[in-house]
Design a protein around this ligand. Structure first.
Ligand SMILES: *Cc1c(COP(=O)(O)O)cnc(C)c1O
Length: 347
């Protein structure tokens, strides 16, 4: 049997040889005393790249997002967040447990709202209503299929949200994918946010690591919340070193992941029982509805795994393919053929 093709997530990527070498050679110190030169360099470089005053290394995207909620809210306040968002669905209810916020959910087509979707959700300023603290956005939107929010839409939402006296946190776990798809810099794509979280551990390929980006004042408070969550690390330079390599080598390669995702979608779009629109695939995520096969998504994933292709069910009828640096075009073709065989063998 040929080797497994793992399309469950871009988190399955293994560190590159250059990353492993940089990790082995990293100059380190105790970051609780702010004495790790490598993480300090990473934090300065990321802040500069994003055009913000400061940034902070955190062990996971979940921690970065939850720090983001805590930064801009008080317990009992509301956050406006899209119904399929990572912050609401995949962070174990931590918004309630740590920041103590109540989600005000809404559905946006393709996961990407405009100001018209958001404005009516802001609560009136009367004492018996939970007050709205902030708006959370997700770019790219994972569960909507890696969709992107254009720069103008993001700017407009930030301006209007600020005019309403509220803050914006951007879950930019895959912001480099969004920037690649739109052909803009991450600085252009995040300007106006009060805090941004992005992940090194996804398509950028490091073993661990996410960042919170913001003003100096925001990051000084984020350091306290990171400590509360147990996320202050010691000789973290061994991890930061891999992130510095990722900044150099990874963003320019994301375009290949996007082309492979579109290719995969095109290869399977005409299969019986399979529903996916390849023109909607603009980054590295392909969400496919398999209801027409008569099988559950879990069953399709199980049958694909038997054929050496790993994917994940994301709803009872949908499965998700994620392309990344460790799968090439041929692997995507093989994966598509496996699905083709699977659906034509069902009776
Ligand atoms: C993966 C992901 C996160 C969280 O990252 P972890 O490092 O797994 O905690 C947050 N938001 C989105 C959109 C993600 O895809």
């Amino acid at each position: 049997m040929p080797s497994t093709i793992d399309l469950r997530s871009d988190t399955v990527t293994k560190p590159s040889p250059a990353m492993r070498q940089a990790m082995a050679e990293a100059v380190v110190g105790d970051d609780v005393y702010f004495e790790d030169p490598t993480v300090n360099r990473l934090q300065e470089q990321v802040a500069e790249l994003f055009g913000f005053e400061a940034s902070l290394f955190v062990p996971s995207g979940t921690m970065g997002n939850q720090i983001g909620l805590k930064l801009h809210s008080q317990p009992g306040q509301e956050i406006i967040v899209e119904a399929r968002s990572h912050i609401y669905n995949w962070e174990v209810g931590m918004g309630a447990a740590f920041a103590g916020v109540v989600p005000r959910l809404f559905n946006a087509e393709q996961g990407q709202p405009t100001w018209d979707d958001i404005e009516p959700l802001i609560q009136p300023k009367v004492y018996y209503r939970a007050q709205t603290a902030m708006v959370c956005l997700e770019n790219t939107h994972n569960m909507a299929g890696g969709t992107v929010m254009p720069v103008e839409t993001f700017r407009h939402i930030c301006e209007q949200t600020h005019a309403a006296g509220l803050k914006v946190h951007l879950d930019g776990a895959r912001i480099f994918n969004a920037a690649t798809a739109l052909g803009v810099s991450v600085a252009e794509l995040t300007r106006g946010a009060d805090s941004v979280m992005f992940c090194f551990s996804k398509g950028l390929g490091t073993p661990i690591g996410s960042m919170v980006v913001g003003s100096r004042e925001v990051i000084d408070r984020a350091i306290v919340y990171r400590k509360m969550l147990g996320g202050s690390l010691r000789q973290v330079g061994v991890l930061a070193a891999a992130c510095l390599v990722a900044l150099e080598e990874s963003p320019q390669n994301l375009i290949h992941d996007h082309e492979n995702a579109r290719f995969l979608a095109e290869e399977i779009a005409d299969l019986p029982g399979i529903s996916v629109d390849p023109t909607q695939v603009v980054t590295n995520i392909v969400i496919v509805d398999v209801a027409g096969t008569g099988l559950t998504s879990a069953s399709v994933c199980e049958r694909l795994a038997y054929r050496g292709v790993l994917t994940g069910p994301v709803s009872p009828t949908q499965i998700r393919f994620v392309t990344h640096r460790d799968v090439d075009r041929l692997s995507c073709k093989t994966a598509a053929q496996a699905l083709r065989r699977l659906v034509t063998e069902i009776d």
